[in-house]
Design a protein around this ligand. Structure first.
Ligand code: ZN
Length: 503
């Protein structure tokens, strides 16, 4: 018997040793990334195309777009003669719209391999990074090398293909160690100062599982403002929305965060499903409208992220949802974790009544978006990509569809991923629509997106960073991610980053 244990011990040690050995090799394999190898087309003339006017929801038919050094210099309908020195492409029958923005996604240090090519291939040229998945779990006091800084360097020196990242946050506040009613101000000031020093763009509040006491939430807002930046993100159910808005909250993230604030007498139950049932049965339209009007008046943007918020919990019971063909773009360990979650979730809610409740909760999120829009709240499209069954790039198009399910017209949905995002960053002079003087981030579509929002997926070409990516280039970008997602080196690095994050 003793011998068996001895051999078992040796066997396990060998397995562990071999895994560690393989992991070490994998982690040290060099990484390759997708480079912008396509030639620069600094002077481009797109002839005879239909321009999608996202502001007015109209089409400007048969116009020419002249681009120089990445900027739209003229739009006209006269003549068909080519201009000297310009690369000319025939835009007949094509619909040209501004590049898309994903205002809520997450990155990893492996994003150059796994995510960026997918974003560009799907016409997502601008993003807000709500949490760099590797570094946000790092100790706040540890020295930090922001991924974004190294990507910017690689972009310039090695032609890394990447979208424009407007902000990249690498820390989220979930709880504050050792905080008491007496030391709230001091503790919060200390934390916010550290975040400011490490160059965070804002203080991200992440309150899914834990609830900070409401006074701490408000203090974070106040301290952030005092130090010249802002707090934004999730809303916990225990805060008073009037106070939050009065203190300044530039954007509210996720449908689930808003639902509890549209309920008479907010309440929490031990079981999540009970809370959801209560929130559905105690929803109040007059209250909801009043809350949304206040959000609109405070100029707070709302990023419902329907594709992640409540939708996957409702749809994952469908085998087709779990077997999404886009799983091939997901790194294998990550996909295994998604499947594990799907199994736990589906077996935890195996009664039809439970599933119906989850579905109604998802629908309630859409209903609030409809009311938000009707009451003047500025909406932004965001996906929360990196979360389960959300795919970088592809899911932004799904989110646009969700916006139309909520009741927005295709034109209104397009605004949430173009001009509204540019407005959020006060950049409407340069971005968000196809107009002279603006940056030429363009999508050429085969079909009219104003007729059907899913036509944003009929991408014929993308023009970004002075390069024209045709259908073959876009297919190559996707193929490179499929390959990287299966690569041994990437998997080892993914696992290694996860292990590092645990300690
Ligand atoms: Zn997120």
């Amino acid at each position: 018997m003793k011998k068996i244990f001895k051999w078992l011990g040796v066997f396990l040690m060998s397995c562990f040793g071999l895994s560690a050995f393989l992991l070490t090799i994998g982690v040290n394999l060099p990484l390759t990334h997708y480079t912008q190898k396509e030639p620069i087309a600094a002077k481009l003339l797109i002839k005879n195309c239909h321009i999608v006017d996202v502001k007015n929801g109209t089409i400007l038919s048969n116009h020419n777009i002249r681009i120089e050094n990445g900027k739209i210099i003229a739009i006209d309908s006269v003549g068909s003669s080519s201009v000297a020195g310009f690369t000319v492409i025939d835009g007949s029958g094509k619909y040209v719209m501004p590049g898309l923005w994903d205002m809520h996604l997450h990155t990893l240090s492996l994003s150059p391999q796994l995510h960026f090519p997918l974003l560009i291939a799907n016409g997502v040229t601008n993003v807000r990074d709500m949490g760099d998945g590797d570094s946000w779990i790092s100790d706040i006091d540890a020295p930090l090398v922001k991924d974004k800084d190294s990507w910017d360097k690689q972009f310039t020196e090695q032609h890394l293909l990447m979208p424009r990242i407007w902000e990249s946050c690498s820390y989220h506040v979930e709880e504050i160690d050792g905080i008491t009613a007496q030391n709230t101000q001091e503790k919060v000031r200390e934390l916010v100062t550290k975040l400011k020093q490490r160059g965070e763009p804002f203080v991200k509040l992440q309150l899914e599982d834990s609830e900070l006491p409401a006074p701490v939430f408000y203090e974070i807002q106040k301290q952030a403002q005092l130090q010249g930046f802002s707090a934004l993100g999730h809303l916990s159910y225990n805060v008073d929305i009037d106070t939050v808005l009065a203190n300044g909250y530039p954007s509210i993230e996720h449908a689930w965060a808003l639902i509890p604030h549209c309920v008479r007498e907010k309440k929490r139950f031990e079981k999540d499903l009970e809370t959801k049932a209560y929130e559905l049965s105690h929803q109040d339209t007059a209250l909801t409208t009043a809350v949304l009007k206040k959000i609109a008046a405070a100029h707070t943007y709302y990023v419902p992220t329907h594709v992640t918020s409540n939708r996957k919990e409702a749809l994952v019971f469908d085998e087709k949802f779990r077997q999404d063909p886009r799983n091939q773009y997901v790194e294998s360990t990550q996909l295994r974790l998604w499947k594990l979650w799907a199994n736990l979730h589906t077996s935890g809610y195996d009664e039809p009544a439970q599933q119906e409740l989850l579905y109604n909760y998802y629908q309630r999120g859409l209903e609030i978006t409809r009311l938000a829009h009707q009451n003047g709240v500025k909406l932004l499209a965001g996906t929360d990509a990196l979360d389960r069954y959300v795919y970088h790039g592809f899911s932004l198009h799904d989110e646009l569809t969700e916006m139309t399910k909520a009741g927005l017209t295709p034109a209104e949905a397009l605004r949430t991923a173009t001009i509204n995002a540019a407005e959020y960053y006060r950049q409407t002079d340069k971005y968000g629509s196809v107009e002279p003087g603006k940056t030429a981030d363009l999508l050429l579509l085969d079909r009219n997106p104003l007729e059907n929002i899913t036509n944003t997926q009929a991408i014929h070409a993308v023009y970004f960073n002075q390069r024209l990516y045709d259908r073959n280039d876009l297919a190559r970008m996707k193929a490179s991610v499929r390959e990287q997602a299966k690569s041994f080196g990437i998997s080892c690095k993914f696992i290694w980053n996860m292990i590092k994050g645990m300690f």
